[in-house]
Design a protein around this ligand. Structure first.
Ligand code: NAD
Length: 311
């Protein structure tokens, strides 16, 4: 399987580490030569870290790393690929340009997917002759660890395109969900934005500190949601009487809370400064160590979920 990744930043490196960990033939491309070199190194580190975390097989990783290539040009990177994943910055005009070029340079049967968190593929691919092979495959960060991928078809995406990427994503041990239509932020971004706004509001209005709201989310709804999403959680929330009883009991309370939730859509610069300084005060500047311990917890949670599914 030949995978080309265009844009070797945070997300491109994650896609590359994932492909490498499955022994795929991966080529990374970036317009910035130094970024590309750094990305190849980091891809190796991230793929080997997956072995340490029990998420990849050492022999497969070494096979993938031996195959990992640097694209000397967009054509060199993508001309032979079965699947091209775009991971350039979140800028519609930039992505449109990249897709227009990919449409001309990639094999006619190659699939072109965008990692975009919020831009519709219908717009991103608007300058392509073949929009049927274009689709969003939206990962979560870090893509090599979090298995969920949102597949978002545009107005012109062919159903076979969705099925082909779904199949490849499963081969990469991902858990894809396919949206029925485009919505801003896809599904995951909308949920994250809704919860984050309320968390920010609770911090900035002095109800709770950053570390405690993070703990409240991780060990409260986050832990429950890891075991079963909100609807299953509430279906089980009224003993054996099911979701109908839960709604009867608690809908009024939820309606009162919904009426008092934060509604703003913009943060003022001084609020951004206050939030940033509170987060930095809570966690300090040891970003690398924080990454490593977060990844260890993610791997442990995934392992526990997989073991419980097998039991
Ligand atoms: N960072 C996240 O948490 C996250 C999560 C999910 C999805 N995404 C999405 O993934 C995409 C990439 O995000 P990121 O955070 O990795 O960005 P980033 O800024 O870290 O990386 C983007 C890379 O693209 C390169 N680039 C720019 N123009 C290019 C071109 N024409 N050809 C090739 N390379 C080019 C840049 O040099 C840079 O290295 C965005 O669409 C974003 O919405 C990001």
């Amino acid at each position: 399987m030949k995978l080309a990744i265009v844009g070797a930043g945070t997300i491109g490196r994650g896609w590359a580490a994932l492909g490498v960990a499955h022994g795929w033939d991966v080529t990374l491309f970036d317009t910035d030569a130094r970024t590309l070199e750094a990305a190849v190194d980091e891809t190796g580190r991230r793929a080997r870290a997956l072995v340490q975390l029990g998420r990849a097989d050492a022999a497969q990783v070494e096979l993938g790393l031996a195959r990992l290539g640097r694209g000397r040009s967009l054509l060199h990177a993508c001309g032979q690929a079965d699947w091209v994943v775009e991971a350039v910055g979140e800028d519609l005009h930039l992505k449109q340009r990249v897709f227009e070029n990919l449409d001309q340079l990639a094999r006619p049967d190659a699939i072109l997917s965008s990692s975009s968190s919020s831009l519709p593929i219908t717009e991103i691919s608007s300058r392509c002759r073949s929009q049927t092979r274009c689709v969003v495959t939206h990962p979560l960060n870090p893509p090599e660890l979090i298995p969920l991928i949102e597949i978002v078809p545009g107005k012109f995406t062919a159903p076979e395109t969705v099925e082909r990427v779904r199949d490849w994503l499963r081969q990469l041990d991902r858990i894809p969900i396919a949206l029925k239509r485009e919505v801003p932020g896809n599904v995951v971004g909308r949920i994250a934005a809704a919860v984050w706004r309320e968390c920010i509001d609770l911090v900035l209005t002095g109800v709770v500190d950053v570390d405690e709201i993070d703990r409240a989310v991780s060990l409260g709804p986050g832990l429950g949601w890891a075991a079963g999403g909100p609807h299953l959680t509430y279906h089980l929330g009224a003993g054996d009487r099911g979701v109908g009883a839960f709604i009867q009991q608690l809908m009024q309370a939820f309606e009162t809370w919904w009426g008092s939730l934060a509604q703003w859509t913009k943060l003022e610069p001084e609020q951004v400064r206050a939030l940033t300084s509170q987060i930095e005060r809570a966690y300090g500047d040891k970003i690398e160590a924080l990454h490593a311990s977060r990844d260890r917890r993610l791997a442990a949670i995934l392992h526990a979920l997989e073991s419980s599914r097998r039991a």
